[in-house]
Ligand binder design. Structure first.
Ligand code: FAD
Length: 503
């Protein structure tokens, strides 16, 4: 009975309570759609009744209203962007409890922000004034590891690193490996469709998701997908929920695909005098039929930041470096030979090859240090754009031009093998003028990416950060379809309102 429903609305002017129409928060968009909330906790009788109902039905300790705890749960890791003030954080331990919370939230029209480990970089888990944060972190059980079917069944709150370690102990492999693997949850990975270094070979999270249990906005528990690796019956509902950033349902269980453990990887590091040469090498590696398990780029700004911090012996005069790994036979010898030939003919000035696992890890250290090295220099605003591989050079050159124009230090690194780069804008702490310039520069990078046929986000999601530009990428048709899906699954608009779609 859609027509009889009173839909809650959330807009850039804030969350509007349906019954009274009173505004409980204000937000204003700046630049690229960053939203600034003015925190104000609702104390309306209706909200108090909601909290009372929750506390009555859930086990003691599940509903938290202490200001200090809420402070720690109201934002993710995105710098600069602000967050609202929730009326409570709710920490369920079972699907039934999640369903109960959503039934009550629907009844009372309270916005619900699902939250995993809060490591997101798009503001997706940031709280909304007057809403609740639904933390899934206590639902952290690995339910089953099936070594015959090669699947793992788990709850959403298990950390990626914990899951990976458990399956590795059984000689198996869970492929999606965001760099944040030690601090992010499987639920968050699914909701953002997280990527990582190995995705160039093994695909992003969606490619490992077989089936999900999801609680819908009205509290209905539903299952989508199947346990078999193959299966095409019906619409791809798993694909729909993966990457939906908590706006279509709350993921309470996942059946994920495992693989046999790969062979130990070999690693190659090549440096280049010209960025264009590194890009040519990437194209040639691909053309040679090599399927590296990792193919990463670091630009000069990033190389210098890493070297300044860690003194790994990197060539700070190099314009770029590439790191390629192969996990085929004999430490990837044949593939890395081909990659080495490609790098040499593209003009690499130096090529290092690791001969054992320890050395390989040593070379990978340079890449792992990229983000923390830039973060040492100021507030690091990590962008996440992807372009067709053929446009990599134009993208990095555009980033260099934008950095000069806006007088902002930008280090670019990332998953060049699948065209996904992380230009990282470094803002001196306490410098408001630089912050304003950085936001403009970030906007310019996004627009340049779209002009190159790329996408606003390769793996982090839209969240709050990029919602105002999404229409430019998806077009009116894409936005209309997305809204139709949102309306069908969440007719009251209580699930993570204001995220992942333009206002
Ligand atoms: C240092 C660093 C490195 C990073 N590296 C990478 C990287 O290499 N690749 C990458 O993809 N990301 C990376 N990230 C970003 C982040 O770790 C990922 O987006 C991750 O998937 C978020 O998981 P989380 O559990 O922290 O989710 P949160 O931040 O808590 O939430 C993220 C989104 O998912 C929703 N959500 C969470 N749980 C559920 C659920 N159970 N049901 C429905 N919706 C839910 C939230 O509402 C929100 O919209 C990095 C972050 C940091 C800080």
């Amino acid at each position: 009975m859609r027509s009889s429903l009173t839909r809650c609305s959330w807009s850039v002017t804030g969350w509007r309570e349906p019954r009274t129409g009173s505004r409980v928060s204000r937000a204003r968009p700046t630049g690229r759609g960053r939203l600034h909330y003015r925190a104000r906790v609702s104390t309306s009788p209706d909200r108090r009744a909601f909290l009372g109902d929750l506390a009555e039905r859930l086990p003691h300790g599940s509903v938290v209203t202490r200001a200090e705890t809420l402070e720690g749960l109201r934002r993710d890791q995105t710098p600069i962007i602000e967050a609202g003030m929730p009326i409570a954080a709710v920490l369920p331990t079972s699907t039934e409890e999640v369903a109960m919370v959503l039934r009550l939230a629907s009844e009372h029209r309270v916005p619900v922000v699902p939250r995993g480990a809060g490591s997101g970089l798009a503001g997706g888990a940031n709280a909304i004034d007057g809403g609740i944060v639904l933390s899934l972190i206590r639902m952290d059980r690995i339910i089953e590891i099936d070594t015959d079917d090669l699947v793992v069944v788990c709850q959403p709150g298990v950390l990626n690193a914990t899951l990976a370690a458990e399956v590795t102990a059984r000689g198996l492999f869970y492929a999606p490996d965001p760099s944040s693997f030690e601090i992010c949850s499987i639920g968050g990975n699914l909701a953002t469709n997280a990527g990582g270094l190995r995705c160039v070979k093994y695909g992003v999270t969606r490619e490992s998701a077989l089936a999900l249990e999801v609680v819908l906005a009205d509290g209905e528990v539903t299952r989508v997908g199947r346990r078999s690796v193959k299966g095409v019956a019906g619409y791809d509902l798993v694909g729909l929920f993966v990457g939906s950033e908590g706006t279509l349902g709350v993921i309470t269980e996942a059946t994920l695909r495992l693989r046999p453990a790969p062979l130990p990887a070999g690693t190659l590091l090549a440096t280049f005098d010209r960025l264009a040469d590194a890009a040519t090498a990437v194209a040639d590696i691909t053309a040679a039929g090599v399927l590296p398990s990792v193919l990463e780029l670091m630009d000069q700004t990033t190389i210098r930041a890493v070297e300044e911090w860690r003194q790994l012996g990197l060539d700070t005069d190099a314009a770029a470096l590439l790191i390629a790994r192969s996990d085929t036979a004999d430490f990837g010898r044949a593939e890395l030979d081909a990659a080495q030939t490609a790098c040499r003919s593209a003009g690499a000035t130096e090529i290092l090859r690791a001969t054992d696992a320890l050395e390989a890890e040593g070379l990978m250290d340079a890449r792992r240090a990229a983000y923390p090295a830039l973060e040492r220099l100021g507030i690091a605003l990590l962008e996440d754009v992807a372009v067709p591989r053929g446009e990599i050079v134009r993208l990095v050159e555009a980033v260099e031009r934008i950095a000069a124009e806006h007088e902002i230090r930008i280090g670019t690194f990332g998953h060049v093998g699948d065209g996904n780069l992380h230009p990282t804008l470094v803002i001196p702490r306490g410098d408001a003028a630089a912050q304003a310039r950085a936001l403009e520069a970030a906007d310019a990078i996004l627009r340049e990416t779209l002009a190159l046929g790329g996408t606003l986000t390769g793996e982090h999601g839209i969240g709050l950060l990029k919602r105002e530009l999404l229409g430019t990428e998806l077009g009116a048709g894409g936005i209309r379809l997305s809204r139709a899906i949102k309306d069908a699954l969440d007719p009251l608009g209580i699930l993570n309102p204001g995220k992942a779609l333009p206002s």
